[in-house]
Design a protein around this ligand. Structure first.
Ligand SMILES: [Zn+2]
Length: 81
């Protein structure tokens, strides 16, 4: 019995399809979680113009997070505690 035989056998098990899709589902969930996290961060407001569009942008330094206002371009780097 080789690998393709095993796969053929597994295809006959109804639950296998779902198990096979799990890695994709996990990836989808991870994407959703990181999206939710970014939306939570999105609630920060700009200290300069009070805009709600003050998301965290990618920071090169570990331990800090940089926010940039989408309205006035004000930038602020904060330490993650
Ligand atoms: Zn602003």
């Amino acid at each position: 019995m080789n690998v393709s035989d095993v796969v053929k056998l597994l295809e006959k098990i109804p639950a296998w399809k779902e198990i096979k899709d799990l890695p994709k589902k996990i990836t989808d969930l991870e994407n959703e979680i990181s999206e939710l996290k970014s939306k939570m961060v999105f609630k920060e407001s700009c200290p300069k113009c009070s805009s709600q569009k003050f998301p965290a942008i990618r920071s090169r330094n570990i331990g800090t997070r940089t926010y940039q206002c989408e309205d006035c371009q004000y930038k602020e780097t904060r330490n993650i505690t």
